[in-house]
Write a new protein. Structure first.
Length: 291
């Protein structure tokens, strides 16, 4: 289990815990009973429920992703349970919630009020929480990842230089549109492979079949010629046509660059907020939970 902590000057200790059902069930003594249960298909599977190491190779992380049960999540503020989720996804979730419920709920970002305190999660494709932020309006404060986690390794790499802190979010942003690049590059190759394989199939012809023809009475509508103005549109420049043709390539790159710049700006805002906290600055009223 991983626990991400952040001590807020007004809200107190904020905890986000992620792990498997068996790990939450083993800690029932710390609070309300965990409502989740281990899915039957994972109960007897060898190796299920083991977290890969932070420096595990890509293949090992991928195998762990498909062999492990779902990763759950829990949010606590001041030691009190706020929300419990049946899955771990990238997105935004409210900081405060209704408390413990008899069932887990899906992690849905739709409808989260960004003006109120909420959490922004960044989750890898292997269901690893790698970045976590507390947000409230324009305020952004980053959580410190737990030691030995994938998030801690990512932070250490990013803190080595401002260049890496910018390039890593850019690479992650471009990766979200990587499927488009893969289709453009691999599409022709896959088409040739399928054409080559089709040459080994026997030739056959399906029997000709024609649907029955039904003549329905169709009313004849009056025809009217309306005078339409002739508008001469200017010719599109070649560079605009080129951008439109290859938009699937440059749009992910632009989005990735914007993500990198925003991530660097948010990190600086987070460091400024933490410095203000250490100097005795106070945040919002803890009793104001956005009701």
């Amino acid at each position: 289990m991983e626990t991400w902590n952040l001590t807020h000057p007004s809200y107190g200790l904020i905890e986000v815990r992620t792990g498997f059902d068996r790990e939450f069930l083993a800690e029932d003594g710390e609070g309300p009973a965990w409502p989740g249960t281990v899915p039957e298909r994972f109960a007897e599977r060898p190796g299920a429920g083991a977290h890969p190491a932070a420096d595990a190779p890509l293949v090992a992380r991928a195998k762990s992703r498909w062999s492990n049960p779902p990763v759950r999540a829990e949010v606590r503020v001041g030691g009190e349970v706020q929300n419990r989720y049946m899955d771990l996804e990238s997105g935004r979730i409210p900081l405060f919630g209704p408390g413990p419920k008899p069932e887990l709920k899906p992690m849905v970002s739709i409808g989260v009020d960004r003006a109120k305190p909420h959490l922004k999660l960044t989750v890898s494709p292997f269901r690893e929480l790698v970045h976590l932020e507390l947000r409230e309006g324009p305020s952004v404060v980053e959580f410190d990842p737990p030691a030995g986690s994938r998030g801690a390794k990512r932070r250490d790499v990013m803190e080595s230089s401002d260049l890496r802190r910018t390039l890593i979010p850019i690479a992650e942003g471009v990766g979200k549109g990587g499927w488009a690049l893969a289709i453009l590059v691999l599409g022709p190759l896959v088409g040739r492979l399928l054409g080559w394989l089709a040459g080994f199939l026997p030739d056959w012809q399906l029997p000709e079949w024609r649907p029955p023809r039904v003549d329905l009475p169709v009313p004849q509508l009056p025809h009217a010629d309306l005078p339409l103005p002739t508008i001469a549109l200017p010719e599109i420049p070649e560079w605009v046509a080129l951008l439109a043709e290859y938009s699937k390539i440059w749009v992910p790159v632009v989005v990735g660059i914007a993500a990198g710049v925003i991530a660097l700006r948010n990190h600086r805002k987070s460091e400024a907020a933490k410095s203000q906290w250490q100097q005795g600055g106070q945040g919002p009223d803890p009793n104001d939970r956005g009701a």
